[in-house]
Design a protein around this ligand. Structure first.
Ligand SMILES: Cc1cc2nc3c(=O)[nH]c(=O)nc-3n(C[C@H](O)[C@H](O)[C@H](O)COP(=O)(O)O)c2cc1C
Length: 261
Protein backbone atom coordinates (compact mmCIF):
# COMPACT_ATOMS: atom_id res chain seq x y z
CA UNK A 1 0.00 0.00 0.00
CA UNK A 2 1.24 3.48 -0.76
CA UNK A 3 0.06 6.48 1.13
CA UNK A 4 -1.14 9.47 -0.86
CA UNK A 5 -1.72 13.11 -0.06
CA UNK A 6 -1.95 13.91 3.62
CA UNK A 7 -4.71 12.16 5.47
CA UNK A 8 -6.45 10.65 2.46
CA UNK A 9 -7.01 6.92 2.08
CA UNK A 10 -4.20 4.64 1.06
CA UNK A 11 -4.22 2.44 -2.02
CA UNK A 12 -6.43 -0.60 -1.72
CA UNK A 13 -9.09 0.91 0.53
CA UNK A 14 -12.63 0.08 -0.40
CA UNK A 15 -15.62 2.38 -0.54
CA UNK A 16 -19.25 1.38 -0.61
CA UNK A 17 -21.50 3.25 -2.95
CA UNK A 18 -24.84 2.75 -4.69
CA UNK A 19 -24.50 0.52 -7.73
CA UNK A 20 -26.35 2.99 -9.95
CA UNK A 21 -23.50 5.42 -9.41
CA UNK A 22 -21.01 2.86 -10.65
CA UNK A 23 -23.01 2.41 -13.80
CA UNK A 24 -22.61 6.10 -14.54
CA UNK A 25 -18.92 5.45 -15.14
CA UNK A 26 -19.49 4.53 -18.78
CA UNK A 27 -17.89 1.16 -18.29
CA UNK A 28 -16.49 -0.69 -21.23
CA UNK A 29 -15.55 -4.32 -21.77
CA UNK A 30 -17.67 -5.78 -18.97
CA UNK A 31 -16.90 -9.42 -18.30
CA UNK A 32 -20.24 -9.66 -16.54
CA UNK A 33 -22.72 -7.34 -14.93
CA UNK A 34 -20.61 -6.97 -11.84
CA UNK A 35 -17.21 -6.27 -13.32
CA UNK A 36 -15.90 -3.90 -15.91
CA UNK A 37 -13.19 -1.53 -16.95
CA UNK A 38 -14.18 2.06 -16.29
CA UNK A 39 -13.49 4.90 -18.68
CA UNK A 40 -10.31 5.71 -16.77
CA UNK A 41 -8.98 2.20 -17.42
CA UNK A 42 -9.12 0.74 -13.92
CA UNK A 43 -11.02 -2.43 -12.98
CA UNK A 44 -14.23 -2.19 -10.96
CA UNK A 45 -15.66 -5.05 -8.94
CA UNK A 46 -19.16 -4.76 -7.53
CA UNK A 47 -21.06 -6.65 -4.89
CA UNK A 48 -24.58 -6.32 -3.60
CA UNK A 49 -26.76 -7.07 -0.58
CA UNK A 50 -25.70 -4.52 1.97
CA UNK A 51 -28.51 -3.81 4.40
CA UNK A 52 -30.95 -5.12 1.81
CA UNK A 53 -29.94 -2.46 -0.69
CA UNK A 54 -27.88 -3.02 -3.80
CA UNK A 55 -24.51 -1.46 -3.40
CA UNK A 56 -21.18 -1.72 -5.09
CA UNK A 57 -17.75 -2.17 -3.73
CA UNK A 58 -15.60 -0.08 -5.94
CA UNK A 59 -11.89 -0.31 -5.96
CA UNK A 60 -9.15 0.03 -8.49
CA UNK A 61 -6.24 -2.25 -9.05
CA UNK A 62 -2.80 -0.87 -9.73
CA UNK A 63 -3.79 2.76 -9.74
CA UNK A 64 -4.19 5.68 -7.40
CA UNK A 65 -7.87 6.22 -8.04
CA UNK A 66 -10.42 6.20 -5.22
CA UNK A 67 -14.11 6.78 -5.08
CA UNK A 68 -14.73 9.55 -2.61
CA UNK A 69 -17.74 11.52 -1.57
CA UNK A 70 -17.62 15.18 -2.43
CA UNK A 71 -20.02 17.95 -1.52
CA UNK A 72 -19.47 20.91 -3.84
CA UNK A 73 -20.79 24.18 -2.41
CA UNK A 74 -21.12 27.11 -4.79
CA UNK A 75 -22.14 30.60 -3.79
CA UNK A 76 -22.85 32.86 -6.71
CA UNK A 77 -26.11 34.50 -7.81
CA UNK A 78 -25.24 34.51 -11.52
CA UNK A 79 -25.08 31.28 -13.48
CA UNK A 80 -22.99 32.98 -16.18
CA UNK A 81 -20.27 33.95 -13.72
CA UNK A 82 -16.73 32.62 -13.57
CA UNK A 83 -17.62 30.98 -10.26
CA UNK A 84 -20.23 28.94 -12.12
CA UNK A 85 -17.60 27.91 -14.66
CA UNK A 86 -15.47 26.71 -11.72
CA UNK A 87 -18.44 24.80 -10.33
CA UNK A 88 -19.12 23.08 -13.65
CA UNK A 89 -15.45 22.27 -14.18
CA UNK A 90 -15.10 20.85 -10.66
CA UNK A 91 -18.26 18.75 -10.78
CA UNK A 92 -17.42 17.27 -14.20
CA UNK A 93 -13.80 16.56 -13.22
CA UNK A 94 -14.90 14.76 -10.07
CA UNK A 95 -17.64 12.78 -11.81
CA UNK A 96 -15.33 11.82 -14.68
CA UNK A 97 -12.89 10.47 -12.08
CA UNK A 98 -15.73 8.29 -10.75
CA UNK A 99 -16.38 10.14 -7.49
CA UNK A 100 -19.78 10.69 -5.94
CA UNK A 101 -20.75 14.34 -5.99
CA UNK A 102 -23.54 16.27 -4.31
CA UNK A 103 -23.86 19.86 -5.49
CA UNK A 104 -25.12 22.56 -3.15
CA UNK A 105 -25.68 25.61 -5.33
CA UNK A 106 -26.85 27.85 -2.51
CA UNK A 107 -28.59 30.56 -4.58
CA UNK A 108 -30.42 28.05 -6.77
CA UNK A 109 -31.44 26.17 -3.63
CA UNK A 110 -32.69 29.48 -2.25
CA UNK A 111 -30.90 28.61 0.96
CA UNK A 112 -31.98 30.76 3.90
CA UNK A 113 -28.73 32.15 5.34
CA UNK A 114 -30.19 33.96 8.37
CA UNK A 115 -29.43 32.33 11.71
CA UNK A 116 -32.71 32.73 13.62
CA UNK A 117 -33.65 32.64 17.30
CA UNK A 118 -35.22 29.23 16.61
CA UNK A 119 -31.98 27.94 15.05
CA UNK A 120 -30.09 29.00 18.16
CA UNK A 121 -32.56 27.27 20.45
CA UNK A 122 -32.54 24.20 18.16
CA UNK A 123 -28.78 23.81 18.27
CA UNK A 124 -29.00 23.57 22.09
CA UNK A 125 -32.02 21.24 22.16
CA UNK A 126 -31.04 19.17 19.12
CA UNK A 127 -34.28 20.12 17.32
CA UNK A 128 -32.88 21.72 14.20
CA UNK A 129 -34.98 22.85 11.22
CA UNK A 130 -35.17 20.43 8.28
CA UNK A 131 -33.10 22.58 5.91
CA UNK A 132 -30.16 22.56 8.34
CA UNK A 133 -30.53 18.85 9.07
CA UNK A 134 -30.42 18.10 5.33
CA UNK A 135 -27.15 20.03 4.91
CA UNK A 136 -25.64 18.43 7.99
CA UNK A 137 -26.53 14.96 6.68
CA UNK A 138 -24.66 15.76 3.47
CA UNK A 139 -21.61 16.97 5.37
CA UNK A 140 -21.70 13.82 7.53
CA UNK A 141 -21.75 11.80 4.30
CA UNK A 142 -18.92 13.71 2.61
CA UNK A 143 -15.23 12.93 2.65
CA UNK A 144 -14.31 16.24 1.04
CA UNK A 145 -16.03 19.63 0.75
CA UNK A 146 -15.21 21.72 -2.31
CA UNK A 147 -16.17 25.31 -1.56
CA UNK A 148 -16.32 27.86 -4.38
CA UNK A 149 -16.96 31.55 -3.75
CA UNK A 150 -16.04 35.06 -4.92
CA UNK A 151 -14.28 37.32 -2.43
CA UNK A 152 -16.77 40.01 -1.43
CA UNK A 153 -15.57 42.80 0.86
CA UNK A 154 -12.50 40.77 1.72
CA UNK A 155 -14.70 38.01 3.05
CA UNK A 156 -17.23 35.29 2.26
CA UNK A 157 -20.45 36.30 0.48
CA UNK A 158 -23.21 36.64 3.10
CA UNK A 159 -24.95 33.58 1.64
CA UNK A 160 -21.95 31.36 2.38
CA UNK A 161 -21.30 33.00 5.73
CA UNK A 162 -24.94 32.33 6.65
CA UNK A 163 -24.61 28.71 5.51
CA UNK A 164 -21.64 28.32 7.87
CA UNK A 165 -23.50 30.16 10.69
CA UNK A 166 -26.49 27.86 10.44
CA UNK A 167 -25.06 24.50 9.30
CA UNK A 168 -21.80 24.38 11.29
CA UNK A 169 -23.88 24.52 14.46
CA UNK A 170 -22.97 23.82 18.06
CA UNK A 171 -23.31 20.11 18.71
CA UNK A 172 -22.84 19.23 15.05
CA UNK A 173 -19.58 20.92 14.04
CA UNK A 174 -18.11 21.70 17.46
CA UNK A 175 -18.85 21.58 21.16
CA UNK A 176 -17.22 22.80 24.35
CA UNK A 177 -16.64 21.08 27.64
CA UNK A 178 -14.34 21.47 30.63
CA UNK A 179 -11.40 20.48 28.45
CA UNK A 180 -12.20 23.18 25.92
CA UNK A 181 -13.14 22.85 22.26
CA UNK A 182 -14.22 19.58 20.63
CA UNK A 183 -13.76 19.61 16.87
CA UNK A 184 -16.54 17.35 15.68
CA UNK A 185 -15.76 17.20 11.95
CA UNK A 186 -12.26 15.76 12.25
CA UNK A 187 -11.42 13.44 9.34
CA UNK A 188 -13.10 15.58 6.70
CA UNK A 189 -11.15 17.61 4.15
CA UNK A 190 -11.82 20.78 2.21
CA UNK A 191 -10.57 22.31 -1.01
CA UNK A 192 -11.46 25.98 -1.47
CA UNK A 193 -11.53 28.08 -4.64
CA UNK A 194 -11.83 31.85 -4.19
CA UNK A 195 -12.01 34.36 -7.04
CA UNK A 196 -11.24 38.04 -6.63
CA UNK A 197 -10.78 41.28 -8.53
CA UNK A 198 -7.58 42.44 -6.82
CA UNK A 199 -4.12 41.55 -8.05
CA UNK A 200 -2.00 38.90 -6.40
CA UNK A 201 0.76 41.46 -5.77
CA UNK A 202 -1.54 43.84 -3.93
CA UNK A 203 -2.94 41.15 -1.69
CA UNK A 204 0.53 39.68 -1.03
CA UNK A 205 1.86 43.10 -0.05
CA UNK A 206 -1.06 43.98 2.18
CA UNK A 207 -1.08 40.61 3.96
CA UNK A 208 -4.60 39.87 2.77
CA UNK A 209 -3.85 36.22 1.95
CA UNK A 210 -2.61 35.69 5.51
CA UNK A 211 -5.78 37.32 6.83
CA UNK A 212 -7.96 35.10 4.65
CA UNK A 213 -6.09 32.00 5.77
CA UNK A 214 -6.63 33.01 9.39
CA UNK A 215 -10.29 33.91 9.14
CA UNK A 216 -11.44 31.19 6.75
CA UNK A 217 -9.05 28.21 6.73
CA UNK A 218 -8.22 28.40 10.42
CA UNK A 219 -11.14 30.38 11.84
CA UNK A 220 -13.84 28.26 10.23
CA UNK A 221 -12.59 24.96 8.82
CA UNK A 222 -9.77 24.11 11.21
CA UNK A 223 -11.95 25.24 14.12
CA UNK A 224 -14.36 22.37 13.44
CA UNK A 225 -11.61 19.88 12.52
CA UNK A 226 -11.86 20.03 8.71
CA UNK A 227 -8.41 19.96 7.13
CA UNK A 228 -7.98 22.46 4.30
CA UNK A 229 -5.96 20.54 1.71
CA UNK A 230 -5.74 23.51 -0.61
CA UNK A 231 -7.12 27.05 -0.78
CA UNK A 232 -6.62 28.24 -4.37
CA UNK A 233 -7.02 31.97 -4.98
CA UNK A 234 -7.75 33.21 -8.52
CA UNK A 235 -6.75 36.86 -8.66
CA UNK A 236 -7.60 39.64 -11.16
CA UNK A 237 -10.43 37.54 -12.57
CA UNK A 238 -12.40 40.65 -13.48
CA UNK A 239 -9.66 41.92 -15.79
CA UNK A 240 -7.89 38.88 -17.24
CA UNK A 241 -8.77 37.56 -20.71
CA UNK A 242 -10.49 34.31 -21.61
CA UNK A 243 -7.22 32.49 -22.22
CA UNK A 244 -6.14 33.29 -18.65
CA UNK A 245 -9.51 32.19 -17.28
CA UNK A 246 -9.22 28.93 -19.20
CA UNK A 247 -5.83 28.35 -17.51
CA UNK A 248 -7.51 28.92 -14.15
CA UNK A 249 -10.16 26.32 -14.97
CA UNK A 250 -7.38 23.90 -15.91
CA UNK A 251 -5.86 24.59 -12.50
CA UNK A 252 -9.18 23.65 -10.88
CA UNK A 253 -8.92 20.24 -12.55
CA UNK A 254 -5.24 19.86 -11.66
CA UNK A 255 -5.90 20.77 -8.04
CA UNK A 256 -8.66 18.17 -7.75
CA UNK A 257 -6.57 15.51 -9.54
CA UNK A 258 -3.63 16.06 -7.18
CA UNK A 259 -5.63 14.17 -4.58
CA UNK A 260 -5.47 11.05 -6.72
CA UNK A 261 -1.82 10.96 -7.66
C1 LIG B 1 -20.12 42.93 -3.41
C2 LIG B 1 -18.75 42.72 -3.99
C3 LIG B 1 -17.63 42.88 -3.19
C4 LIG B 1 -16.35 42.63 -3.69
N1 LIG B 1 -15.27 42.73 -2.87
C5 LIG B 1 -14.04 42.42 -3.34
C6 LIG B 1 -12.92 42.45 -2.48
O1 LIG B 1 -12.99 42.75 -1.31
N2 LIG B 1 -11.70 42.13 -3.00
C7 LIG B 1 -11.53 41.77 -4.30
O2 LIG B 1 -10.41 41.46 -4.71
N3 LIG B 1 -12.61 41.70 -5.15
C8 LIG B 1 -13.85 42.02 -4.70
N4 LIG B 1 -14.93 41.95 -5.53
C9 LIG B 1 -14.75 41.44 -6.89
C10 LIG B 1 -15.17 39.98 -6.97
O3 LIG B 1 -14.37 39.17 -6.15
C11 LIG B 1 -15.12 39.51 -8.41
O4 LIG B 1 -16.09 40.25 -9.12
C12 LIG B 1 -15.41 38.04 -8.55
O5 LIG B 1 -14.44 37.27 -7.90
C13 LIG B 1 -15.44 37.68 -10.03
O6 LIG B 1 -15.92 36.39 -10.19
P1 LIG B 1 -17.36 36.16 -10.87
O7 LIG B 1 -17.26 36.60 -12.30
O8 LIG B 1 -17.64 34.70 -10.76
O9 LIG B 1 -18.33 37.01 -10.09
C14 LIG B 1 -16.21 42.24 -5.06
C15 LIG B 1 -17.34 42.13 -5.87
C16 LIG B 1 -18.60 42.36 -5.35
C17 LIG B 1 -19.81 42.22 -6.26
Amino acid sequence: MMSIIKGLPVRGEIYLLPIKKLRKHEMEGHTNERQGIAAHGKTHVMEDDFDGEQVGRHYHFGGGCFVMKYVVINTHPNNESFNYAIQETAVSALQEAGHEVQLRDLYTLNFNPILSVEDFAGSKSGQLPDDIKAEQDLIRWADVLVVIYPLWWASLPAMLKGYIDRVFSYGFAYSMDNNGLNKLLVGKKAILFTTMGNTETHYEETGMFDSLANTVDKGIFDFVGIEVLEHRYFTSVTTVDDAERKKMLDEVKTTLRKLES
